[in-house]
Design a protein around this ligand. Structure first.
Ligand code: XYH
Ligand code: MG
Length: 380
């Protein structure tokens, strides 16, 4: 089998979330028109691999010259070629683009073998406990604008079946944010609202100094929180080593640090965090995410997967010891997460009554694209 082409279909769709100046998602006043894209890797045997994402100009200039004519089952070789090509193309060949190519190749392998990807990886389970992961705090009355509103939303998520809940609290560009005391007040209100048994986590402002991060961590210990995530700039691994030494509550990271599984390896050998963290978008795809997971497993370190979607869910269903939760979100009282956008027939992570997400058993990654919608709403 040979790769014959890689195409990017850009199309109109709608979204219910809008990004603030720092890039954090918040509820849009109402669904609005936006654009998205699908990458398709074509082969001479008619099998295609597809996933969301991809930039047509970069695919034409960098990716296609590398992949056309290659066997799509040579994922490990292709991933290393892209990783090496990235060294002098950091401004264009991003980890997110490498991720899209890798996910499309895994989807193609599943379609060609008539197997879901999690079974190609070596399945360990077909459903995963999910935690409700909130959007960042806001100033929307009835949204996530007060500690009490966080508490009410946590209770609503508990009533839906979630066994765990993670707060993303208030961030700039909100003028009064960040505020450690408000972060802790929101965490206390959530604990009060859901009782002692629900697993609770905090993912606050990501640039606190050591003293603020440590104070927040110690307050979370009093509230029996399950982990604290990314409270400081992850570019300072020594700060995380210091914080991890100070706190009893597990420190989780790195989430957004560049360097793929290589960075996660350094954080583990330096004991810079108690629990590792990675998602397909952070490390350049499912191929390096599985390397990260196996690395964690060999060090007895849990690995909490960053973000949702079919690629992360496939990894969670092919890992056992280190991965505990599927991050479902980002959620908000004003956003209907359960209804798929118009370009999907169904969402990839339906929640059952016990708070688990069940993976699709269809060949490939399990994207359920509405190809008629995509064809009917093209963007040149
Ligand atoms: O909005 O800052 C944020 C969060 O960092 C979010 O983007 C990210 O998905 C996350 O941290 N998940 O845990
Ligand atoms: Mg996070």
């Amino acid at each position: 089998m040979k790769i014959t082409d890689i195409t990017i279909d850009r199309f109109k769709t709608t979204s219910r979330t809008v990004a603030d100046a720092d890039g954090h998602g918040h509820p849009a006043p109402e669904p609005y028109e936006t654009t998205s894209s699908v990458m398709r890797i074509h082969t001479d045997e008619g099998v295609e691999g597809v996933t969301v994402g991809g930039n047509a100009a970069l695919v034409e200039s960098i990716v296609k010259p590398l992949l056309i004519g290659r066997d799509p089952f040579y994922r490990e070789q292709i991933w290393h070629l892209l990783n090496e090509r990235q060294r002098l193309h950091k401004g264009t060949l991003s980890d997110k683009l490498i991720c899209a190519v890798d996910l499309a190749l895994w989807d193609l392998a599943g379609k060609a073998t008539h197997q879901p990807v999690y079974k190609l990886l070596g399945a360990t389970r077909s459903k995963v406990p999910a935690y409700a992961s909130t959007m960042c705090g806001d100033e929307l009355p009835g949204g996530l604008s007060t500690p009490e509103e966080y508490g009410a939303f946590a209770k609503a998520c508990q009533d839906k079946g979630y066994s765990a809940f993670k707060l993303h609290t208030w961030q700039p560009p909100i003028e009064w944010a960040p505020d450690p005391k408000m972060d802790v007040a929101a965490c206390a209100a959530v604990r009060d609202a859901v009782g002692p048994d629900m697993r609770l986590m905090l993912d606050p402002f990501h640039f606190y100094d050591r003293q603020d991060a440590c104070w927040i961590g110690r307050e979370l210990e009093k509230l029996d929180y399950y982990w604290i995530e990314e409270p400081m700039d992850e570019q300072s691994m020594s700060s995380y080593k210091w914080l991890t030494d100070q706190l009893l509550i597990p420190v989780v990271g790195p989430e957004t640090m560049e360097g793929k599984h290589f960075t996660r390896a350094e954080w583990i050998v330096q004991n810079a965090a108690d629990i590792s963290r990675a998602g397909v978008g952070d490390v350049g795809g499912l191929t390096p995410l599985m390397k990260t997971i196996h690395l964690c497993e060999s060090h007895g370190v849990r690995c909490e997967i960053h973000g949702g979607g079919p690629g992360n869910l496939a990894a969670l269903c092919a890992m056992q010891i280190p991965g505990e939760y599927y991050e479902r979100g980002l959620l908000h009282p004003f956003v209907d997460y359960e209804t798929p956008p118009p370009h999907l027939h169904s969402i990839a992570d339906p929640l059952d009554d016990e708070g688990n997400v069940t993976i699709a058993d269809t060949p490939g990654l399990g994207w359920d694209f509405d190809w008629e919608w995509i064809a009917a709403h093209p963007i040149d």
